[in-house]
Write a protein that binds this ligand. Sequence first.
Ligand SMILES: Nc1ncnc2c1ncn2[C@@H]1O[C@H](COP(=O)(O)OP(=O)(O)O)[C@@H](O)[C@H]1O
Ligand SMILES: [Mg+2]
Length: 256
Amino acid sequence: MSLLKIDGICKSFGGLKAVDNISFEVQEGTIHALIGPNGAGKTTLVNMISGIYSVDTGDIYFNDEKITNVPTHKLVNKHIMRTFQNLEICENMTVMENVLLGFNINMNKSLLKCSFQFESIMDDEEKFTHIALSHLKRVGLEDVAYKLCGDLSYGVLKKVEIVRALALNPKLLLLDEPVAGLNGTETAEIAEIIKEIASEGVTVLLIEHDMKMIMGISDNITVVNFGVKLAEGTPAEISSNPVVIKAYLGEGSLHE
Ligand SMILES: Nc1ncnc2c1ncn2[C@@H]1O[C@H](COP(=O)(O)OP(=O)(O)O)[C@@H](O)[C@H]1O
Ligand SMILES: [Mg+2]
């Protein structure tokens, strides 16, 4: 069954068609990768799915319910969570505080502007702290739970973002380049975390450039280029698709 259905959505910025009539479906409980060169429209797609950008035309369905242009905080209530290509972490707050921010489901769409009143959102702090800690533990971050994010490495902060989304018990998790800028060990760790999340029934839409990781953990792949869908299929189908190889992957790139 498809959990997420993207039906002919378009988004232009001035004269630029960033997303041009893209359709695809994400099956429940799978890891579905969205790949394509820089500027292909991947983040714009995720921004529309997560209610950050409005959709020009077309529709988005979650569990057969139309969620086109539903605001972010309402999508969070439906357990659609995301992470950001550019970290949205408050460096002057601890890891725990950053994770707890996720529980403020009334966050506005600019998510995590650090200026708002942190205390006012924490009606149930003890309960949320317990949940946050259990997720931090599972990714091996319990030791840094009360450290300031500004003192931690980029690799750790990428995990903190995932934990913040996980703590809200997502049904659909949108990950925008979760391993960009990470070394091989950190990448392998995050790939394991993603696989584990999916094995527990969370549906994952994964944007990444790391082809080894994509080919290793994805069930299905949608390829976009210049705002249009180029191809879709299993990793085996995509890695042998001549159109994809020519436009994006490059001869031999999967066999390095
Ligand atoms: N808010 C915006 N205003 C203007 N142009 C944008 C905006 N967001 C994205 N774009 C443009 O849309 C195109 C697709 O961008 P993006 O979705 O970020 O690509 P990707 O994530 O695949 O690298 C790019 O040409 C980018 O410059
Ligand atoms: Mg992007």
